[in-house]
Design a protein around this ligand. Sequence first.
Ligand code: NAD
Length: 519
Amino acid sequence: MSTSISTTEPTTTAGAGPAPIPHWIAGAAVYAGAGDPTAPVTDPATGRVSGAVPLGESAEVAAAVAAAAAAFPAWRDTALSRRVQVLFAFRELLNARKGELAAILTAEHGKVLADAMGEVSRGQEVVEFACGIPHLLKGGYTENASTKVDVYSIRQPLGVVGIISPFNFPAMVPMWFFPIAIAAGNTVVLKPSEKDPSAAVWIAALWREAGLPDGVFNVVHGAKAAVDALLEHPDVASISFVGSTPIAQYVYEQGTAAGKRVQALGGAKNHMLVLPDADLDLAADAAVNAGFGSAGERCMAVSALVVVEPVADELIAKITARMAGLRTGDGALLRDGVGADMGPLITRAHCDKVAAFVAAGEAEGADLVVDGRPIVADGDADGFWLGPTLFDRVTPAMSIYTEEIFGPVLSVVRVDSYDDGLELINASPYGNGTAIFTNDGGAARRFQNEVQVGMVGINVPVPVPMAYYSFGGWKTSLFGDSHAHGAEGLHFFTRGKVVTSRWLDPSHGGINLGFPQNS
Ligand code: NAD
């Protein structure tokens, strides 16, 4: 960290370069010093650089952790009723101003405004869940467990907790964690994705407005070096990570080796199984929504459509017809009050990578039913555009099936039966989300019982659990055993303590070196 970092925004002359994006440490925006490393932040709909994000390293992380550690004793001792007032204030501010946050998401991520509003709303649900923290933190109490001995359990905060988030949900994913962490009395250092970092700073300023004491919520920007510094810092008690599987595994291994509690949510390849008795119009709508929403850059996107043969042709015809009506364009643009259906991809490099997968699918022999590469988008020609793409007759050996593409590419795999479909899904190394489309309750019930995936939809294509349940996958979609939010989130951000107490009365006493027994 440069010695010249400052809480004053550097003065720039008009046209002198992209706006500097600050860290947020101890309740204030902190700007990088001259000469400190930065990375460009780009508007994916125009290709233009809109900001410069500082790439923090160990010094910036140390400053943020020190601020969080200093704030911890007072925050953990702040009355629950006061903590809840701050949470309610944050919820009210967020609800009133979510349009501002959504606009930031669209400008840096590219997702269309309606989708960005949906992201904020799903994050807000976790804030609302955390507003119930007094009830959630209630422990158990057993009177007279032994003669005149009472036993009770309490849950206490961990201390400084680290959150590391991916580019695809810059607001919602951090919100899976920090409302509960803060409500439970922890203090937070968030390391957002360097690709769309501004949402985190906006949220930090909102916390301040809501009355959160300085230092309870901090943001450090950066990439690998910042992540490594968090993983190594002795004052960081836990890490909540969300991102791709190789990095999730790395974070889990490094973090636990450093003695931290770690939950690391990884990548996905989500299957949607369509049985012959399904409502095919519903299934076609669902496949299009779940395959192309947010340009396929969702960890719960459907990317493999597993169709039992007799209905494959009919379903593909219905999907193709719907795809013809999709508008790909600048997520901030409204035409007659209506926004585009799908925005650009996050970066030029990612767009090229997804296009390369499409080329590989063709080369490997899949039927390219709809090719999104020649798209003419409703937006700037320099945006990172790739239209909705559909492959048929994909086999499990093809790279478009085995790899997480993370783009608007839907692959149809034809199978002969429910059993073949189930076997395919269970053979996947990922286990984040899945869905079955059927009108047969018995088949749906079998599926929920037999499928080896953490989140299951029955005629619901993107089964993201409500805030009061927990979000998380199986297999390489999650390292650790704690899912996000809900009861598991509360458990992750607190430690249990059991107190056995005896208040003296005149009859007590006596020496007894034996192991305590109940009487
Ligand atoms: P990513 O793994 O590239 O980055 C995630 C975070 O890790 C970022 O903050 C990034 O700065 C950091 N990082 C990147 N490379 C690193 C390295 N070598 N060492 C240490 N830290 C590193 O993921 P992404 O591209 O930002 O996000 C997309 C991925 O996230 C997809 O795989 C998607 O499935 C996954 N995801 C999963 C869930 C889930 O709930 N399971 C939710 C959202 C996204």
